[in-house]
Design a protein around this ligand. Structure first.
Ligand SMILES: Nc1ncnc2c1ncn2[C@@H]1O[C@H](COP(=O)(O)OP(=O)(O)OP(=O)(O)O)[C@@H](O)[C@H]1O
Length: 243
């Protein structure tokens, strides 16, 4: 992928099996968000292609089969949590405002009790849960998440990771998740795709063979620490020296 003369991603091949949880982990500027935008059909790659089953990314987007969750939840301030979740479904003609799907999605993210609250009455973690519910209510088969918990404090972030792992197990969605955080990547993933910079490319793929369901104290287990150490070493290698 090039922006003018700047080659941002090069010789990159990512395979995301249906129903898997794949993380893109890498330093700032390695092209994680650019890759996610390409997967989500927002950016057209200058070469190469994305296939989602039998569809191109653009076709999958047209069928509303890709959900996107960004770092900032971007909720409509004058709508309640329920209305924010229902809104996209209604706009996409995937359902009616009061068909219960918004409440179901809010229940899944643990926010059934806050459905009538407005965004200013929600904490940062709650607002991000609403934005995840909004994406889930569209019932996409793939969820693309770009550092969704990057702006949250460490305690809320751990809780959000547990919630997301539970949602993933309950829904069977395919999730591609961008993060800078090694523990977050190990905790959530089936596979961590490690990226390097200049140009952005894949330097390692690490299958995370830890039992599920995973709960917060798994971070203290020897296997978790081994995975974290391997990833930290990968990220510390001068990226120009790796292929
Ligand atoms: N629309 C654009 N036009 C020109 N250059 C861009 C554009 N979008 C991204 N870039 C460049 O592509 C490179 C990768 O950016 P990208 O945001 O994908 O990285 P990232 O790994 O997600 O970084 P971060 O972790 O800091 O969000 C950067 O050098 C950035 O300046």
């Amino acid at each position: 992928m090039r922006f003018g003369d700047n080659t941002v991603l090069e010789r990159l091949d990512v395979d995301v099996p249906p129903g898997s949880f794949v993380t893109l982990l890498g330093p700032s500027g390695c092209g994680k968000s650019t890759l996610l935008k390409i997967l989500g059909g927002i950016l057209e790659p200058t070469s190469g292609e994305v296939r989602i089953g039998d569809l191109t990314a653009k076709q999958a987007v047209a069928r509303k089969d890709i959900g996107l969750v960004l770092q900032r939840p971007a909720l409509v301030p004058w709508k309640t949590a329920r209305e924010n979740v229902a809104m996209l479904r209604v706009l996409a003609k995937k359902g009616k405002a009061n068909d219960g799907a918004a409440d179901e999605a809010l229940e899944l993210v643990g926010l059934a009790h806050a459905a009538d609250r407005y965004p200013h009455q929600l904490s940062g973690g709650m607002a991000q849960r609403v934005s995840i519910a909004r994406a889930l209510a569209m019932d996409p088969s793939i969820l693309l998440m770009d550092e969704p918990f990057g702006a949250l404090d460490a305690i809320t972030r751990d809780a959000m990771n547990e919630t997301l792992a539970r949602i993933w197990a309950a829904t069977g969605k395919t999730i591609v998740f961008v993060t800078h955080s090694i523990p977050e990547a190990v905790f959530l993933s089936d596979t961590v795709t490690v990226m390097g910079v200049r140009p952005g490319r894949i330097v390692d793929r690490v299958a995370i063979d830890l039992p599920r369901p995973r709960v917060a104290d798994i971070v203290d287990t020897p296997t978790f620490v081994q995975y974290s150490t391997r990833l930290r070493e990968q990220l510390a290698v001068p990226q120009e020296a790796t292929v």
